[in-house]
Design a protein around this ligand. Structure first.
Ligand SMILES: *Cc1c(COP(=O)(O)O)cnc(C)c1O
Length: 424
């Protein structure tokens, strides 16, 4: 088969064995532990990809498609994924204690999270491998983005959710036409059901972490950051930020963005990658524990309001730690209260409404400054990975309550004068 891209193999993170870049999920020898990493012919990419070629392309997820495992000639999903805006937020920078802070708002993707970058590659691989149906086990952004991207490509989707999946999230799946199966059991039951169903019925499995091609889509976050800070009309005077801060659940997001930046360095498009700060929630930090212990990951219980990063058995922890170390980075954990505070501050001082996992990076910056990891004269970028309307329940806790008044001006004046008093 002429795959028409620059991939060379799939390499196991555990045993280092390499396999042809075809339809395979995990290492046949190591099983679910053996996450595969897509390898490329970077010399050929470097010889092919010039800044003129890049400049001739549209501003979206496919701008650096030489670094993606998709065919150059395959039809692309028609939704706009990627090339999300970066904002310079001075008042928020002051509040968290750094010289300059940038937010990259990935809540602006078609289904409102960073996961769209992965799902867009996922549905293309499904089509390339001849599938007409895709499946995932998730309640969260991975599922809604798969349902949305599948709808845009005319693929059927089956989503397995655990018993306690909240109705608003299920609704975002149903509206895209996904068949949603509420499995009477835990998330692990739903995950296992999804694997078995894919085997039995011949569906393509998007389940988080284990499909080697999906994380490749997440690299585009790194490619874009590189160009947004060094290309035409660059931010920050053409200089990359000192730190790039990303929240961590499964580890694919930070692992993907990190790999994307390393590739831009390999291709000679940036001099150096920013240092990565990985941020976990206090109530779900098995990757941070493994990072500090140097041992294999020990699965943990999870207890945090940041549901998108409440992952007790992360699959891509090796990739996350590898990228943090490669960039000479660090990791911190933040509490739910710190996340709620970051939700308010990001909205009120930066104008961006992020979901709890989406603003966990902002909380992490404040923590890292307090710990002396990030210096107050440094420049920082964090990715807002999901939009705040995804989880209105938690947003209500952070936002506070409205004020009820009688329909007359006197009643309003009363409120305003009280507010003025409490303000000073
Ligand atoms: C999935 C997700 C993350 C974390 O990504 P991982 O690959 O699980 O580490 C962060 N924020 C949001 C909004 C997400 O949906």
């Amino acid at each position: 088969m002429n795959k028409q891209n620059f991939t060379t193999s799939l390499k196991c993170f555990v045993c280092q064995k390499e396999y042809p870049p075809e339809h395979i999920y995990v290492c046949p020898t190591c099983g679910l532990q053996g996450i595969l990493d897509v390898q490329y012919d970077y010399d050929r990419i470097k010889a092919t990809l010039t800044s003129d070629i890049i400049a001739s392309r549209q501003f979206n997820q496919w701008r650096f498609r030489e670094f993606l495992p998709v065919s150059f000639t395959a039809p692309l999903p028609n939704l706009h994924v990627g090339w999300t805006p970066v904002y310079n937020v001075e008042r928020l920078a002051q509040a968290v204690g750094v010289r300059q802070l940038y937010l990259k708002d990935d809540g602006r993707n078609p289904t409102n999270s960073f996961k769209d970058r992965a799902s867009a590659v996922g549905v293309m691989k499904a089509v390339e491998f001849g599938f007409d149906t895709v499946a995932a086990a998730s309640t969260g952004n991975a599922a809604s983005s798969l349902a949305g991207l599948a709808a845009s490509m005319g693929l059927r989707s089956y989503i397995f959710v655990p018993q306690r999946a909240p109705q608003p999230k299920v609704t975002q799946l149903l509206i895209f036409g996904a068949t949603v199966l509420r499995v009477k059991g835990s998330y692990e039951n739903a995950f296992d059901m999804c694997w078995e169903a894919c085997e039995n019925f011949g569906w393509y499995n998007r389940s988080s972490g284990t499909n080697p091609y999906l994380v490749e889509g997440k690299k585009t976050g790194g490619h874009e950051i590189a160009e947004q800070f060094t290309g035409a009309g660059a931010l920050n005077g053409g200089k990359l930020p000192d730190w790039l801060v990303v929240s961590i659940g499964d580890g694919c997001t930070i692992g993907g963005i990190g790999k994307g930046l390393q590739e831009m360095k390999l291709a000679g498009l940036i001099p150096e990658s920013p240092r990565l700060l990985g941020v976990q929630a206090e109530g779900a930090k098995p990757i941070l524990e493994a990072y500090y212990s140097g041992n294999d990951l020990v699965p943990s219980e999870t207890n945090t309001i940041a549901d998108s990063i409440a992952v007790g058995t992360p699959r891509n922890w090796r990739r996350a730690i590898q990228q943090v170390k490669l960039s000479n980075g660090e990791m911190v954990a933040v509490s739910d209260d710190e996340i709620l505070d970051a939700m308010r501050k990001t909205a009120r001082l930066g104008g961006v409404f992020g979901e709890p996992a989406g603003v966990t990076g902002v909380a992490g910056i404040k923590k890292a400054v307090e710990k002396g990891i990030i210096k107050s004269n440094e420049t920082v970028l964090t990715v807002i990975t999901g939009n705040g309307l995804k989880d209105i329940q938690t947003a209500m806790t952070a936002a506070g309550k409205e004020i009820e008044i009688e329909p007359d001006l006197r009643s309003l004046e009363n409120v305003i004068s009280k507010q003025l008093q409490t303000d000073v």
